[in-house]
Ligand binder design. Structure first.
Ligand SMILES: CC(C)(COP(=O)(O)OP(=O)(O)OC[C@H]1O[C@@H](n2cnc3c(N)ncnc32)[C@H](O)[C@@H]1OP(=O)(O)O)[C@@H](O)C(=O)NCCC(=O)NCCS
Length: 206
């Protein structure tokens, strides 16, 4: 049986976390910002003591999960690193579609904190921001292990509930993955004008 370990992420894991992100989220906006940006982005979770866990299978890093108990602090930390948004802009100066997306997303991060801006209920919950398993290791129980460890960490800290946002459309497999661990649909909203999103919440038993 494969030896699987879930542990706290360390700085030395960042290159692997970036390649897992690239493999798990090939079409996503953050991926289009490139590996330098992603390295700085995931560094934030470790540097500012938010939550960052990784999964090793047979000594190979194959998945990660990141989140925070204090989303407003996290987005403040992200805003403080605004200069890392500049490099992708400079490198993609002729890619007008990408530049438009970067500006729209950066504005979202600077001026409001996604769903928290409109619903303060979420302020006291933990936000699971991202979970990814590299494509070669998916559907082998790695994501489930990461999620279980993340939830037990939150429960031990006395967190009342964990929430996350995920695409509402063409995303049944991922939504089912969360539902199997007890997440329920709490809210639907539209991001960047036309992208339909679900907010899923899991209340933790004390
Ligand atoms: C969503 C994601 C994190 C789930 O991780 P995973 O490791 O693939 O998930 P698990 O293996 O724990 O469970 C998923 C599937 O594997 C099955 N499974 C669970 N344990 C298993 C095992 N030991 N052996 C084989 N299959 C297993 C589950 O039944 C489930 O099957 P189904 O979805 O076909 O019904 C991963 O698929 C991923 O990174 N996707 C791309 C990125 C993404 O969309 N992230 C979420 C953004 S909100």
């Amino acid at each position: 049986m494969a030896s699987i370990v879930v542990r706290q992420a360390e700085y030395r894991d960042l290159p692997d976390i970036v390649s897992i992100h690239m493999s798990a989220f090939p079409e996503f906006f953050l991926t289009s910002l490139g590996d330098f940006f992603l390295n700085q982005y995931y560094r934030l979770y470790i540097k500012f003591n938010h939550i960052a866990l990784v999964c090793e299978s047979e000594g190979t890093l194959c998945g990660f999960v990141v989140g925070t108990d204090n989303a407003s602090e996290f987005y403040k930390d992200l805003r403080s690193q605004w200069f890392y948004f500049l490099l992708p802009v400079v490198l993609n100066v002729f890619n007008l579609r990408l530049i438009k997306k970067i500006v729209t997303r950066a504005t979202t991060v600077v001026f409001k904190r996604r769903i928290n801006a409109t619903d303060s209920r979420y302020d006291k919950f933990n936000e699971l921001i991202s979970i990814g398993v590299c494509s070669a290791h998916q559907a082998k129980g790695i994501g489930g292990r990461l999620l279980a460890k993340y939830l037990s960490l939150c429960m031990n800290k006395g967190v009342e509930a964990v929430y996350l946002t995920t695409d509402a459309t063409d995303n049944t497999k991922v939504i089912d993955f969360y539902k199997r661990s007890g997440f329920c649909l709490d809210k639907e909203f539209e991001q960047d004008q036309s992208r339909k999103m679900n907010v899923l919440v899991k209340y933790l038993d004390k």
